[in-house]
Design a protein around this ligand. Structure first.
Ligand SMILES: NC(=O)c1ccc[n+]([C@@H]2O[C@H](COP(=O)([O-])OP(=O)(O)OC[C@H]3O[C@@H](n4cnc5c(N)ncnc54)[C@H](O)[C@@H]3O)[C@@H](O)[C@H]2O)c1
Length: 416
């Protein structure tokens, strides 16, 4: 097997993939432009909630695992896997700058027969229309002297049930020879490969997976508003509907949609569809509903806790439980809107030490009985496993629960 792999971008996607490749016997070179991440690795300190310092130390001590900011280190690798961010621009359009930058920095180090795989989420057409011409503009013939493929990453940070290796891996190549080259490498890393006919199909697969979550969660958020007026518990409804053995997939309401994927990927598709003259009405409506959700949460809280100077504690800032990622987290606008409404707001999140807002540094407040009883209300926004909910239940005056953590609606617990 071609046994030297470079992973470009060592974040939530790239670092676990680099570690998996190392476990599978590859010589791994990790490249990241963020010096702080490289320093962290050399000190054996993990920057991802899913990896312990011990996990990092084990791998960085290996002579078969190198990491650097210097792209020159990829000189002799067989395969380069790109896992850089694909965020939105200020205009909510695809920002492929990281991808462009990574390819440009790799360009001087390319050599005959290398395989380049893009794993970053992006709109259908990116690999063929953006990456391929960039490589061919530099004299390489894709499918002949260089191989190019796309394989979407499906990792779910914080999910202990599915390890990276066991998640079926969709793979694609720009040409058949590209797909063959990718299969030859990925069959040694992942248990199950799902080849598809084109890079476009693979790119669209990822976007569709995330867009269906985006739309269905927004639907649940709308249903939660209707259910409140009907005096119906939407959580109980969805749980009951889930007993149907076929045809129903449960989704739940919450403070909104967060993370680097679900709020972002549908807008990549929207942009591409608009380029083709097609409207994305489902995506537009879902975005509108989700964007309003933080206002809805704040409104529900302010109907109960009216005094401007009241003290509120939010639980969780990250976009979902048991991770340290606040990108696009809906908990942040809820926190910010509460502050702007005049409440004195603190947060407790074991994964987030500080939050800068309005020129002020807010710090994680450790939970205790006296501090909890000092707040007029506690709002559960992210339900991290390691938060002491028993303590909250015992000592908080009022609880607003957006995650059904307490599974009850009472005079002191408001299920939102
Ligand atoms: N986080 C997830 O759960 C998840 C899941 C599936 C897919 N994805 C997709 O995977 C891609 C990466 O996401 P992530 O969450 O790992 O992002 P991340 O920000 O955690 O990691 C990306 C890393 O790439 C580095 N980087 C940026 N530009 C670079 C360059 N030119 N060269 C080398 N390194 C560079 C950054 O410093 C960062 O460490 C995105 O397209 C995302 O949509 C993410």
């Amino acid at each position: 097997m071609n046994n030297k792999v470079a992973i470009i971008g060592l974040g939530y996607v790239g670092l676990p993939l680099a570690i998996l490749c190392h476990q599978k016997g590859f010589d791994v070179t990790g490249i990241d432009i963020d010096q702080a991440k490289i320093n962290s690795l050399s000190q054996g300190i993990s920057y991802l909630a899913d990896l312990s310092d011990g996990d990092v130390q084990e791998v960085v001590q290996s002579p078969k695992f190198k990491y650097a900011t210097d792209f020159g280190k990829v000189n002799d690798v067989d395969t380069m896997i790109i896992c850089v961010p694909t965020p939105l621009s200020a205009q909510s359009e695809p920002n492929l700058n990281y991808l462009h930058h990574a390819i440009e920095r790799l360009m001087p180090h390319l050599k005959q027969n290398q395989l380049i795989v893009v794993e970053s989420s992006t709109y259908p057409g990116t690999t063929e229309e953006v990456i391929k011409p960039k490589l061919e503009g530099n004299g390489w013939k894709v499918g002949h002297d260089l191989f190019l493929g796309y394989s979407p990453e499906r990792i779910d940070p914080g999910n202990q049930l599915f390890s990276l290796e066991n998640i079926p891996k969709v793979i694609s190549g720009v040409t058949e020879s590209c797909l063959d080259a990718l299969t030859n490498v990925y069959q040694h890393i992942f248990r199950e490969l799902v080849p598809v006919k084109s890079t476009r199909v693979a790119e669209m697969t990822k976007i569709v997976e995330n867009t269906q979550r985006f739309i269905n969660i927004s639907f649940m958020n709308e249903l939660s508003r209707i259910s409140e007026k009907l005096d119906v518990d939407i959580w109980e409804v969805v749980t009951a509907a889930s007993t149907k053995p076929y045809g129903f997939t449960p989704y739940f309401p919450g403070p909104g949609i967060g993370g680097h994927c679900i709020p972002v990927d549908p807008l990549y598709l929207k942009w591409k569809a608009e380029q083709l003259g097609v409207k994305t009405e489902f995506i537009d409506l879902a975005k509108k509903i989700n964007d309003k959700q933080p206002d809805y949460i704040v409104e529900r809280v302010s109907q109960v806790v009216k005094h401007d100077k009241a003290k509120l504690l939010t639980i969780g800032l990250t976009y979902k439980k048991d991770i340290n990622d606040i990108r696009e987290s809906a908990s942040i606008p809820v926190f910010q809107r509460l502050v702007r409404s005049g409440y004195q707001v603190d947060y407790h999140d074991p994964f987030i030490e500080n939050l800068e807002f309005n020129g002020h540094t807010h710090s994680n407040k450790p939970l205790s009985a006296p501090m909890l009883s000092d707040y007029d209300g506690v709002i559960i926004l992210t339900d991290h496993s390691q938060v002491n909910y028993e303590l909250i239940k015992k000592h908080a005056k009022l609880i607003f629960d957006t995650r059904n953590r307490f599974q009850e609606d009472s005079n002191t617990i408001y299920k939102l």
